[in-house]
Design a protein around this ligand. Structure first.
Ligand code: NAD
Length: 562
C-alpha cells in the first residue's frame, strides 16, 4: 500500500491566495492551488489520508506523490506537460503552449479486472488510487456542488409534474448524510415541503445547525401535521423525523398520507450502511461487524419493504424516483420483483437537460477573495437574464452557501452558454475587475463526459448505456481544444466496474490565448453531450444541434440516414 502517513509539514494545507505566483505561470499555478485546495481541511473529508470526498476519493496517491506533484507544478515550463497516473506524477514531457499542462488517468483497470476486489489488491501494492470524480482531478468545491445538483433535480421534478414549482406539494425522502443532507434545502429552494426520515439523530442536529433543515418533528404524526399546514399555506418547509425509513415510509402509506413526491438517499448502495428494521441505531456498528452476511440479508429485506412502500405511493399517483443509491437493485436482490417500477433520476428528469448540453459548470477564484465570485455571479445574471431558474439558484446560493476553501460557484449551463461565461470571466481578469484568474471546470457527472449505466446513462434510447467511447472522446477533444488539465477516470460515483468518465479544467488568466482556448473547450466539451444524445436518437438533442450548427457527419450529405 502507498504510504499515506501524513508528515507533520502537511497538517494544514491551504492553497495560496492573492496574485503572487508560486509556479511559473497561472497555467501551472492554477492546478497547484486546486490540488492544495482539494486537501484544505475545510474542503476535504479526511485530508490526513489524502481523501477529499466520496468514500475514498483521493487527490494524490501518497504524501510522497503529493510532494512530487507540488514540486513539479512549481517548476513546470509553459511548454511542458506533467503526466499523472492514479495520483502519482510519472513523467514530464515537452509539448507546446496549447497542450494541457497536466494529463491525469485515475483508477483505470482493464475490463475483466475492473472490480473492487482487484482494485483493492492493486491499491494495497501502492499501484493505484481511487480518484472518484473531482477528487483526483482537483476541482472539488465542497457541498455546494451537491446542493446545486439536488436543487436542479427537484426543479426538474417541478417542471415535469407540478407546473414549475413545488409550492403546494409534499415530498418524502430519507437519509440526511453527506449527499442526502442537501435534499431539505433543495426542496425548500423550490418552495416545496419535505419530510426527511433519518435514523441518526446527530445527522438531524447537524442539518438544523447548518440551516439546511428547518424543523425536527416529535414523531410521524407531528411531521405530517406540520407538512400539511405548510403545504396549504404554499410555504416551503423541511421537516426532519427520527426513525427507520423501512418502517416509517410504509407507515405513511398505510395512513394514506398526501405525499406527492417520493425518493430516498439512504446509503443503500452498501447494505452494511443501511440500518435494517429491528436493529437499534446504537447496535448498528457492532452487529454489522459481527455478522456481515446476516446483516446484509436483513438490510436487503428492509430495503424491499421500503421500496415496496415507494411503489405503493407510485400506484397512488405520486412522482417516485431512485436518487442514484441503487435501492431498487438491493430490493430486487431481496426478491421484490416490482422494484424497477419507478425510474432513476437521470432518465426521469436530467436527460432532457443533457440533450441541450446542460450540466454542472463550476468555477473558483484563485485570488481567494469572495468579492471575485460575487462579481462573476453578477456577470452570469447579466449574461443570461431570461433564465429564471439560474437567477433563483445564484441568488439563494449567495444567501445560503458558505464557501469551503477557495471561493467557488456552480450553476448549470448548456451548449452555447458556457463559452460565453468563460470569455466574460477572461475579460474581467484582463481588465483587472477580478483580482486574479478564474479556474473553470465541472463535475464528471456531465452531459457528454460519462458512461454509467446505473446513473447518467441508464436507459439510453438506443441501448448504448455501457458504451464508454464517449467519455474517452470527451477527454481527447478537451485535450485537443486547449484545456489546462484533462483527466480520465474509472469507477467514480457508482463504484468499480460501473463508470468511465472524464474531466477538464481551463484557466481564464486574461490572456488572448486563454480566450481562444476557452472558446473552443467550453463549446466542444458540452458539444460532446449534444452529439452523444443525437447519436442515441434524442429529438431534443437533434433540434439543439440543428439550431446551433453542431455538425453531425451521419446527418450531412445527400444520403443522410440514421
Ligand atoms: P451517507 O452515508 O453520508 O448518509 C446516508 C444516511 O442514511 C445516513 O445518515 C444514515 O444514518 C441514513 N440511513 C441509513 N439507513 C437508514 C434507514 N434505514 N432509515 C433512515 N435513515 C437511514 O450517504 P450520502 O453521501 O448522503 O449518499 C446517499 C446515497 O446517495 C448513497 O447511496 C450514494 O451512493 C448515493 N449517491 C447519489 C448521487 C446522486 O447523484 N444522486 C451521487 C452520489 C452518490
Amino acid at each position: 500500500m502507498a504510504d499515506t502517513t501524513r508528515p507533520a509539514a502537511h497538517t494544514d494545507i491551504h492553497a495560496p491566495r492573492g496574485t503572487a505566483l508560486t509556479a511559473r505561470s497561472w497555467q501551472t499555478e492554477a492546478p497547484l492551488r486546486m490540488l492544495m485546495n482539494n486537501l484544505d481541511p475545510e474542503v476535504a473529508e479526511r485530508p490526513e489520508e489524502l481523501v477529499v470526498y466520496g468514500g475514498t476519493g483521493k487527490a494524490a496517491r501518497s504524501w510522497a506523490a503529493y510532494d512530487a506533484l507540488v514540486r513539479t507544478l512549481t517548476t513546470l515550463a509553459p511548454d511542458e506537460t506533467m503526466l499523472v497516473q492514479s495520483g502519482k506524477p510519472v513523467g514530464v514531457m515537452k509539448t507546446h503552449e496549447w497542450a494541457p499542462r497536466v494529463l491525469i488517468a485515475n483508477s483505470n483497470l482493464v475490463g475483466d479486472w475492473a472490480n473492487w476486489e482487484e482494485f483493492r489488491k492493486l491499491e494495497e501494492l501502492g499501484l493505484t488510487m481511487y480518484g472518484q470524480m473531482t477528487a483526483g482531478s482537483w476541482i472539488y468545491i465542497g457541498t455546494q456542488g451537491i446542493l446545486q445538483g439536488t436543487f436542479e433535480t427537484f426543479a426538474s421534478v417541478a417542471d415535469k409534474r407540478f407546473g414549475g414549482t413545488l409550492a403546494g406539494t409534499i415530498a418524502l425522502t430519507a437519509g440526511l448524510g453527506g449527499m442526502g443532507g442537501a435534499q431539505p434545502l433543495a426542496v425548500t429552494m423550490n418552495d416545496g415541503v419535505v419530510i426527511c426520515i433519518e435514523c441518526d439523530r446527530s445527522r438531524i442536529e447537524r442539518r438544523i445547525e447548518h440551516r439546511y433543515l428547518d424543523v425536527w418533528a416529535r414523531d410521524l404524526d407531528h411531521a405530517l401535521e406540520l407538512a400539511i399546514e405548510a403545504r396549504d399555506a404554499r410555504k416551503g418547509l423541511s421537516i426532519g423525523v427520527l426513525g427507520n425509513a423501512a418502517e416509517l415510509v410504509p407507515a405513511l402509506l398505510e395512513r394514506d398520507a398526501p405525499i406527492d413526491i417520493v425518493t430516498d438517499q439512504t446509503s443503500a448502495h452498501d447494505p452494511l450502511a443501511y440500518l435494517p428494521v429491528g436493529v437499534p441505531f446504537e447496535a448498528w456498528a457492532a452487529q454489522r461487524e459481527a455478522d456481515p452476511v446476516g446483516f446484509t440479508k436483513a438490510a436487503r429485506a428492509s430495503m424491499a419493504a421500503h421500496v415496496r412502500a415507494m411503489v405503493g405511493f407510485k400506484d397512488k399517483g405520486a412522482e417516485v424516483f431512485d436518487y442514484g443509491n441503487s435501492i431498487r437493485d438491493e430490493a430486487r436482490k431481496s426478491g421484490f420483483d416490482r422494484a424497477f417500477c419507478f425510474p432513476g433520476f437521470v432518465p426521469a428528469y436530467i436527460r432532457p437537460l443533457f440533450c441541450e448540453g446542460k450540466g454542472p459548470f463550476r468555477w473558483a477564484a484563485l485570488s481567494g477573495d469572495p468579492e471575485d465570485i460575487r462579481k462573476t455571479d453578477q456577470a452570469i445574471l447579466e449574461l443570461f437574464p431570461e433564465n429564471a431558474r439560474l437567477h433563483k439558484w445564484i441568488t439563494m446560493a449567495q444567501e445560503r452557501v458558505h464557501f469551503q476553501g477557495l471561493p467557488a460557484r456552480i450553476c448549470w449551463l448548456g451548449y452555447g452558454e458556457r463559452h460565453l461565461a468563460g470569455l466574460k470571466f477572461n475579460e474581467m481578469v484582463a481588465s483587472g475587475e477580478l483580482k486574479a484568474p478564474i479556474v473553470i471546470g465541472r463535475d464528471h457527472l456531465d452531459t457528454g463526459s460519462v458512461a454509467s449505466p446505473y446513473r447518467e446513462t441508464e436507459a439510453m434510447l438506443d441501448g448504448s448505456d455501457a458504451i464508454a467511447d464517449w467519455a474517452l472522446l470527451n477527454a481527447l477533444i478537451n485535450t485537443a481544444s486547449g484545456a489546462t488539465w484533462v483527466s480520465i477516470h474509472h469507477g467514480g460515483g457508482v463504484g468499480m466496474g460501473r463508470s468511465i468518465h472524464a474531466g477538464q479544467v481551463t484557466v481564464a488568466d486574461g490572456t488572448d490565448i486563454a480566450a481562444q482556448k476557452i472558446e473552443r473547450v467550453l463549446a466542444n466539451d458540452p458539444g460532446m453531450g449534444v452529439i452523444r444524445h443525437v447519436d442515441a436518437g434524442y429529438e431534443k438533442a437533434a433540434e439543439v444541434a440543428e439550431r446551433a450548427g453542431v455538425r453531425i457527419p451521419m446527418q450531412e450529405g445527400p444520403a443522410a440516414s440514421g
